[in-house]
Write a protein that binds this ligand. Structure first.
Ligand SMILES: *Cc1c(COP(=O)(O)O)cnc(C)c1O
Length: 383
């Protein structure tokens, strides 16, 4: 399969600084919540939550990571091109119209795939038998998430079918929580109960070569009973709780800071409107700094006239509309702003006015979306 270079169209001056020590700290902190022997699956889908897939995989080689999880086979192939030791779980279920070369690539690379239906096994076994390959399969048991899991009866049939198929191996049984990040965990407990009932009635825990897993970051932190053989952590590995917690049980350190340079400094007389739609009109003579960052880079348009950026040690408001790749800051009150100076658009500090939690609140979304929107053409710089 063709590997598309991640470097395509990268802009060196838009910088996402990636802090290795923060990432490694978070992995250790999450691991410490687990019993000895629990495997740690690092979820690196969506370009490692916007942090840069190759960069994050490379740093995680120094960490105690047992698995990677990605959404698609395309991401798995990228990882396999750089790292052959750590197995990769592909979370999107295999489907019966998938190109056969992908099935074969998955088998040859030892990827762990998810079988979404019993019928897909017939499709797989024809392809695999012809090539003499075996594929590792995980079964996603629906316990209440209501997404791509399959209900327990169908999951039973699927497991029987996998056991009968010489070219498939049951490598995992798992489920996924819908509400583990909420304060009220009663639905998560209900899901856990349904999942455990399934495990028991199929004697899955007695099968030593079958990995049982359920916990995302929130469940890893809050529901030790859900750890089983492996935890699957995404957001907290990157330094965030799924939703901000008042009294966080472990210290997480944000891994990414996004910066861009000042490329023009201009003086706007009072009353001179700024940018599309004239949504900002300064009441005073204003010094503005032009920043070549916009919604095409992942800096949301709804931050117009609402967000701030960190300039030196001060915070400058975004004035006027955020454009596709430009915006203006009001730096009237900030001394010594210079051309080429880097300003911080997305801060690696939980309490910063331009931190990810604050920006997610402004945008009416969750921190995942702010992070994953940071475009792949932003230059990742690893520290
Ligand atoms: C994305 C994902 C995770 C990681 O979730 P976080 O909340 O980021 O820890 C775990 N499991 C599955 C199935 C996922 O899709």
């Amino acid at each position: 399969m063709k590997v598309y270079p991640a470097e395509t169209l990268i802009r060196p001056d838009l910088q996402a600084h990636i802090f290795s020590d923060a990432l490694l700290h978070n992995v250790r902190a999450l691991r410490r919540l687990c019993e000895e022997g629990t495997r740690f699956c690092a979820v690196v889908k969506a370009n490692a939550y916007g942090h840069g897939l190759p960069e994050i995989v490379n740093i995680l080689r120094q960490a105690d990571v047992d698995f990677f999880a990605v959404a698609s086979i395309y991401e798995a192939i990228h990882i396999a091109a750089m790292e052959r030791e750590i197995p990769i779980l592909i979370l999107e279920p295999i489907y019966a119209a998938q190109p056969p070369d992908q099935i074969l690539a998955a088998a040859r690379n030892g990827f762990h795939c998810v079988a979404g239906t019993t019928e897909v096994i017939d499709f797989l076994s024809d392809i695999l038998a012809g090539a003499g390959e075996t594929l590792n399969l995980h079964v996603n048991v629906e316990s209440g998430m209501g997404r791509c899991g399959i209900d327990p009866e169908e999951a039973s049939r699927l497991i029987r079918r996998i056991d009968q198929c010489p070219n498939a191996r049951l490598a995992g049984v798992y489920t996924h929580f819908a509400t583990a990040d909420e304060e009220d965990l009663s639905y998560a407990w209900h899901q856990l109960e349904r999942f455990e009932r399934f495990l028991e009635s199929h004697r899955i825990r007695q099968r030593r070569d079958v990995l049982v897993h359920a916990a995302n970051s929130a469940a890893t932190i809050k529901i030790p009973e859900a750890h089983f053989d492996m935890v699957r952590c995404g957001i907290s590995m990157y330094g965030y709780y799924s939703r901000r917690m008042a009294d966080p049980p472990i210290v997480l350190r944000p891994v990414m800071r996004v910066q861009a340079p000042v490329v023009q400094i201009k003086h706007l007389p009072a009353g001179h409107s700024v940018s599309y739609g004239r949504s900002f009109v300064p009441y005073r003579d204003t010094t503005a700094a032009l920043i070549p960052l916009g919604y095409a880079d992942g800096y949301w348009r709804c931050f117009s006239n609402r967000a701030t950026m960190k300039v030196g040690n001060m915070f400058a408001p975004v004035i006027g509309r955020v454009c596709m790749d430009q915006l203006l800051l009001d730096v009237t009150d900030i001394p010594d702003v210079s051309l080429g100076q880097m300003v911080t658009a997305i801060d690696n500090d939980h309490d910063s006015p331009c931190g990810v939690y604050a920006l997610a609140d402004l945008a009416g979304t969750i921190c995942y979306e702010i992070l994953t929107c940071v475009h792949a053409h932003v230059n990742r710089i690893v520290h």
